[in-house]
Design a protein around this ligand. Sequence first.
Ligand code: AMP
Length: 303
Amino acid sequence: MTPPRDRPTALPGRDRLLPAGTLWPRIRECSARALESGALKPIPAECEVVSDGGVDFQVRIAANLHEKIREVRAQQEREAAGETVDPFADPEPDLLVGDLSATHYALLNKFPVLAHHLLLVTRAFEDQQAPLTAADFEALRTALAEMDGLGFFNAGRAAGASQGHKHLQLVPLPLGSEDPQPPIEALLRSRDLAAGPDTSPRLPFPHAACRLQPGADGDELLECFRALRAALGLTDFTAPYNLLATRSWMMLVPRASERFDGIMINALGFAGGFLVRDRDDLANLRRIGPMRVLQGVSGAIEE
Ligand code: AMP
């Protein structure tokens, strides 16, 4: 991850600002077009439920990760050769949904496992490990207002990020079942959370969470985020963490490691969603237990 420091994105001017109410139809329209052109490369996956510790984890078994792995390796090789690689500096036009604000644009994830997976990317380069700002949360709020979903952020490689250019992410809810909340809600019980920093006594990994006020703006969301960081004692901004947020709650989980027992997760793991490469990996995950993986990567237990 050696992204450019000062280069603004090569995006066109502010003519793509999405008018209110157009994000969702635009995502659908772009997805259909990008599928047709081949720019969008969805990863087909079967979903199995693995129940563990009171959560029905959704484990997706990818049918074909080859193309994504090829692209990731190619990027790593170019970076190892000293090249700067930033796919978000010059996004593929077919994947570009439009500008959410003066500072952020919406891009379709090129390799989605979940349909309509959106990336909320800073127009000018910012490091993925730079502190989140009111503008980041304003972009998230704008997108969430139009697409009910689960927003998340992988702060750094150890938190599951693969790109160094700052991007939040948003996937539509429900995640796969009929339940409008992600699987972790069985333990999180977000309705019982306080408006200030709180914890859910049932969750067996370190976290801080709060309920959100309806209509909270970017500044208010930033305040909540800062309060959760303070509650966890996360003073060092380079420390990896995962952020999860819906329209009604926000949760922060500190990361101790990128993987546990060979299993790598990003923020979606803490929502109750896992992705594995094949059935051998699924068997391995069942043996270890998804909850132990969450405890391992967040430092609650050691390998
Ligand atoms: P993360 O791995 O959490 O940093 O999220 C970055 C996401 O960007 C990954 O899920 C990739 O599938 C996606 N991605 C990689 N290259 C591109 C690209 N050129 N355009 C759009 N999305 C991409």
